[in-house]
Design a protein around this ligand. Structure first.
Ligand code: HSE
Length: 414
């Protein structure tokens, strides 16, 4: 029998305990050992819970129990999760986590400690919830050079954008609905400002290219600036707006990485990933495009990935799973301003004809877009493809020429 501890009894933690209990027999068959939850760490009390006897409030009780071989960390946040996980790995316990903030910030450091101590540090649930993506990238696609990864990595923002597109509700109203339905956090900034998606693309980039990418290195924009007007222009252009996390390896050994809303053509495989679903496209040099789709959040999808990692740990006590990447470096990420892109631009002006002369003078030829109920003086266009720095300079120049930029959205080629 293998004794484990679960740290955190929130949505994911309670799901993990329940899945381990409900499927105990089949899980034991797969792991070739009974898996027994000895402790559940939580500061709250759960009177009447069937697991009442297992609750502890002190981390040291888990750390000092040498019978506990695997610790599941589902506390979320960086502290105390980092300190607890580090202590577990330094004291002979393998760790399974769903905590993307922890892996995105400290993955290289924790993987190194795990390797040194011949233990496992597994985090399948940290990206895409129940969608298998960490293992496929590190194992099944290992024969490929990963050309690019691009994904809809945040369910909350995808739900909001999908509703705005389908039902023409404003961003503020749709966010309030997402909160009522329990999708968005009470403080939804990590979701809507793109930070959650940023952490996830950092983990995928680190895994795919073998070197840590820190969230602070990634240019990140959320969806709070997206207006219904932009959504209508995207439809007129032939697509939809999605929040995308994207990373590519360049020939110079640096990576391009970004999180931002993008116009995606309706033909894109990611354009029809709707509601709270996630979709992740991995472009391999041998495989071509491989797309992973499913529920990226929620109690049981995430618990399923966590429990699968626990089973894997049990099966690999002696042979460590090979999951590793090096420390990052400040010069590893190319500035997003050097990426070649086309931009959608929505602007206002008092003089449309003159404005378009100035636009084409500064930006070269553009494709003009129209929507049904256009405000007087509202103009919209898509630029040619050029380094973003050049286009941004052109847009700054235009503000002195009677063209006020209202919003800019990148065109995704996915
Ligand atoms: N807030 C996240 C989302 C939860 O909406 O996708 C899963 O990481």
């Amino acid at each position: 029998m293998v004794e484990i501890a679960v740290m955190g009894y929130g949505t994911v933690g309670s799901g993990v305990v329940e899945v381990l209990d409900k499927h105990a027999e089949s899980i034991a068959g797969r792991a070739k050992e009974q898996i027994h939850v000895k402790y559940i760490l939580d500061l709250r009390d759960f009177p009447g819970s069937p697991y009442e006897q297992k609750f502890v409030k002190s981390f040291d009780q888990i750390l000092n129990d040498s019978n506990v071989k695997i610790v599941v960390e589902v506390l979320g946040g960086l502290h105390p999760a980092f300190d607890y996980v580090k202590a577990c790995l330094e004291n002979g316990k393998s760790v399974v986590t769903s905590n993307k903030e922890l892996v995105a910030a400290k993955g290289a450091e924790l993987l190194k400690i795990a390797q040194k101590n011949n233990l496992n540090f597994l985090f399948e649930a940290s990206v895409g919830g129940g969608i298998p993506i960490i293992r496929p990238i590190s194992q099944c696609l290992a024969a490929n050079e990963v050309v690019e990864i691009a994904g809809i990595l945040n369910g909350t923002t995808n739900f909001i954008l999908t509703k705005m597109i389908r039902e023409k509700t404003t961003f503020a109203d749709t966010l309030a609905l997402a909160q009522r339905l329990g999708y968005a956090e009470r403080n939804p900034a990590a979701d809507i400002e793109g930070l959650d998606a940023c952490r996830k693309i950092c983990i995928l980039a680190s895994l795919a290219y073998g070197k840590h990418v820190y969230p602070e290195q990634v240019h990140t924009e959320g969806i709070s600036g997206i207006r219904l007007e932009d959504i209508e222009y995207a439809a007129a252009w032939g697509g939809v707006i999605k929040l995308i996390g994207q990373v590519r390896m360049m020939e110079n050994g640096k990576i391009q990485i970004i999180v931002c809303p993008m116009f995606l053509s309706r033909d894109s495989q990611l354009a029809n990933v709707d509601d709270v679903f996630n979709g992740i496209l991995v472009r391999g040099d041998s495989t071509g495009d491989v797309v992973f789709y499913g529920k990226g959040a929620g109690k049981f999808p995430t618990a399923s990935a966590v429990v699968a990692d626990v089973i894997d740990c049990v099966k690999h006590f002696k042979a460590r799973k090979y999951l590793f990447w090096d420390d990052g470096s400040p010069d590893y990420v190319e500035s997003y301003l050097d990426n070649r892109v086309s931009l959608f631009v929505r602007a206002s002006t008092d003089h449309e004809t003159l404005a378009f002369q100035n636009v084409e003078n500064k930006l070269g030829p553009v494709t003009r877009l129209f929507r049904g109920a256009r405000e007087p003086g509202e103009i919209a266009f898509v630029t040619r493809k050029a380094p973003e720095r050049e286009i941004r300079q052109g847009l700054r120049d235009l503000s002195g020429l009677g063209v006020q930029i209202q919003n800019v959205v990148r065109i995704g080629e996915l």
